[in-house]
Every structure is written in C-alpha cells, then in structure tokens.
Design a protein around this ligand. Structure first.
Ligand SMILES: *[C@@H]1O[C@H](CO)[C@@H](O)[C@H](O)[C@H]1NC(C)=O
Ligand SMILES: *[C@@H]1O[C@H](CO)[C@@H](O)[C@H](O)[C@H]1NC(C)=O
Length: 404
C-alpha cells in the first residue's frame, strides 16, 4: 500500500500520564521495534550526581559524575543500553536503547542522587512494530475460492477482523485465522473466509495498543450493458474518504493497463481513454469513484474494470466484470418482453370485465346505491380488481346488507 511509507513518526512517542498520587508523573515511551529509543530523565545538575537506571527493579546502568561507570551493569543490557555521557553534566541522564525489542518493555526507574537532593522518574516502555501494510485478496489455495486478509511483521500481535457486507452467518463463511511469529518476535496474521457471491469483504486490522486501524475492502461483481449506451461502473467506499487517490485499470485477457487516475488533494485527473470515461460524482466527493463509460464498443470495452480508492491506512477495491452486449441482442430481448405486455393487458381487462359483470348482477339482486360506486371504482382502476376479487369489497358490502 502507498501508505506503507507514511509512518514518519519519530523514534519515540512521549506523553505524560497525570499521576493521581501527586508524585513525579510516569512517562510513557513507545519504542519502535528494532529502532533506537531514548528514555528521558532530566535533573538539576550540581556536579556530584550518581545516576542509576533500573528496569523492573533490576539495576541496568549506573554512572558517577567524573568517574564514569560505577559498577559492571548486567551484560544482558550493557551491549545495547547507554547514557549520553556528554550531556549528563548539564542534567540529562536519558537512557539510549539501541535496536529495541520486546525484551525492553517494562517499567524503568531513573534515580539521581546528589549531595543536594535525590530525584527519581518512572518510565513505562512499550515496544511496537507498527502495521505497514494490509493485503486483502482472493485465493484458491485451499481448493475453493476464499478471501484472505493478512498483515505481517507487527508487534504486539494485531487484531484482524474479516467480515462481509451484508453480514452472513459465520458458519457459511468458515472463518480461519492463523498467527505466526518470526525469530525477532514480530507477528504475521492472516484470516480467511469463503468467497460467496455479491458480497463486499471488509478487513479491519487494529494494532494492539489501538494506535492504528487499517481498513480495506474488496468487492467483485459482474454487469451487463448495451453497446453505444453510456453507463456507470459503481465504485464507492463503504466509509467516507478524504485525501484519496483513485486508480481505474482495465484488464482484458492477460493485458492490464491504467485508464484513469484522480487525486482528491490536487484534484488532478488523467485519462488514458480521454473523453471516453469520466467521474460520475464531481471530484469523487466522499469517496465515490464511480466511472461513466461513454459510447462503449462491444469488443473493445468488454473486460474487467478495477477501481482502487486508497487513502491513509485505507484501501477499497472493486473489480467489475463488464459485458457489453450488442444492440440486436437488446432488441430481441425487448421484443420478447413486449410480447407479454399486450397479453397481460388483455388478461387484466378480461378479468376486470368479468368481475364487473358479476358485481353488477349481484348488486341488482339487492344492493343500495353505494355499491354502484364500488363497481365504478373497480372499473376506473382495473389493476385493483385482483385485490377486489380476493378481498371482494363490493360483494362483502352486498352480502352484509343482505344478511342485515
Ligand atoms: C538528552 O540528550 C539526548 C542525546 O543528546 C537527547 O536526544 C535528548 O533530547 C535530551 N533530552 C532533553 C530533555 O534535553
Ligand atoms: C487532508 O489533507 C489536508 C491538506 O493536507 C489536511 O489538512 C487534512 O487534515 C487531511 N485530512 C485527512 C483526513 O487526512
């Protein structure tokens, strides 16, 4: 996905959680998996400080102004953790972690003692390998058609939710989810469900700390249209989109090419097919990338049209198999349907007449004037006669009055 490289977050995210006890507030730091990370610890320098760093109450580093390292810290940490010795004298005892990993998570304590005072800071460290890409595709690997949603190299394991719209009972979809981890501890998660007709498949991938949610959807369908008649190929995102790019491509046989692109931010579009295609909704507002195809030709424009709407952590794809049928085929189908229209009209008229006659005869037997209006109403609206027969309002009135 294009958004894969948009993770331009700094090495760390730091925010302060209000501490209810009124002491030094805890600081939360999120380190990016296998990148360097800095745990902040500042103090008022007087010159004779000793700095201690603990992780889960285990001493991992200590430093005395002027004499450097005090004792040999745990070898396990020593290789990757260090202080910025050149800035300690100015009151900065921040801890530098190289190539952070899951083993670095936890609660850290920075303790600074001097002849004047003692200060301590607590830092909660999380480690995260952000979601960089999500793929949603169809597969036949299991022997039947399935839709697979997957993401890889994420830490901690993300939540993957794959579902359809409209919703289908889970039994019919046979959802299958698998989670694997690599040597460093990063997770790959894939979820698969059966592919059924006329459904939109939606996959949501949420990071463990909920800092990111990726949304992607896939829809496949088929439409028929008549030669040289303008028609629309729908492509609308299931959610509102802002700052998106739209790409339409056309596939025929093994050849695929981009035919239209649009960028909602710059509002620039380019059309390889020139005037042949245009957006249905001006500027694709709200994420409607539907395309109008003008004056299509049967051979040239029959094929698969793929629409991709993509935005930050969002992708929506619609693949439409378009069949352009010749005019003659349409005329034939039209004339065959036209046969039915006069036949249906005659049938309805015949039923109407018969019903009217029966109604009139019954009314003559002993009905008040009001029934005349019922019959008239029935004649005025012949289509309703079928209802009148089943509900038989005129007869009902007659009968009740006769009984009365
Ligand atoms: C402490 O020093 C490190 C290394 O120079 C720097 O990255 C960090 O921003 C400094 N912290 C503060 C609070 O100045
Ligand atoms: C879209 O881009 C504009 C301009 O860069 C920016 O101000 C806005 O926040 C963006 N909106 C979203 C939802 O990303």
């Amino acid at each position: 996905m294009a958004a894969a490289h948009s993770w331009t977050l700094n090495l760390i995210l730091v925010w302060i959680i209000a501490d209810t006890t009124g002491k030094t507030p805890d600081v939360q730091v999120t380190c990016i998996f296998s990148e360097d990370c800095v745990l902040p610890c500042v103090f008022e320098a007087v010159g004779d400080e000793i700095v201690y760093w603990f992780r889960q109450n285990v001493l991992i580093h200590s430093h005395k102004q002027g004499s450097g390292l005090l004792d040999q810290p745990d070898q396990h940490y020593n290789g990757r953790m260090s202080l910025f010795t050149e800035v300690i004298s100015s009151g900065n005892a921040s801890l530098h972690i190289q190539k952070s990993g899951p083993q670095d998570r936890g609660k850290y304590r920075c303790l600074v003692t001097s002849s004047r005072e003692t200060s301590e800071h607590f830092i909660i460290v999380k480690v995260e390998a952000p979601i960089c890409s999500v793929s949603l595709e169809t597969t036949r690997l299991s022997g039947f058609e399935e839709v697979k949603c997957s993401t890889r190299d994420v830490y901690p394991a993300p939540r993957v939710t794959l579902f359809t719209e409209p919703a289908v009972l889970p039994d019919a979809l046979k959802t299958f989810t698998r989670k694997t981890s690599d040597k460093q501890g990063r997770y790959s998660v894939e979820s698969k469900i059966r592919k059924l007709e006329d459904l939109t498949y939606i996959c949501l991938v949420q990071s463990f700390y909920r800092s990111q949610t990726w949304k992607t959807s896939l829809q496949e369908k088929e439409i028929f249209s008549v030669e040289s008649q303008d028609f629309n190929i729908p492509c609308k995102a299931p959610w509102k989109l802002q700052n998106f790019t739209l790409t339409w491509s056309f596939t025929k046989g093994h050849k695929s090419s981009t035919i239209y692109t649009y960028d909602s931010l710059t509002q620039l579009s380019s059309s390889v097919w020139k005037e042949k295609v245009r957006l249905v909704t001006p500027r694709g507002q709200g994420g409607d990338g539907s395309l109008q195809l003008r004056n299509p030709l049967r051979l040239e424009h029959t094929g698969t049209y793929t629409c991709i709407l993509s935005a930050l952590q969002t992708k929506h794809e619609v693949r439409t198999r378009v069949n352009i049928i010749p005019m003659t085929a349409k005329r034939l189908s039209e004339s065959s349907t036209q046969w039915w229209i006069p036949a249906a009209v005659i049938t309805v008229l015949a039923i109407t007449t018969v019903a009217a006659i029966i109604g009139a005869i019954k009314c003559k037997v002993g009905c008040s004037k009001s029934n005349q209006t019922h019959v008239e109403a029935a004649e005025m609206q012949p289509i309703r006669v079928t209802d009148a027969n089943s509900g038989a309002p005129s007869e009902d009135t007659c009968l009740t009055e006769e009984i009365a």
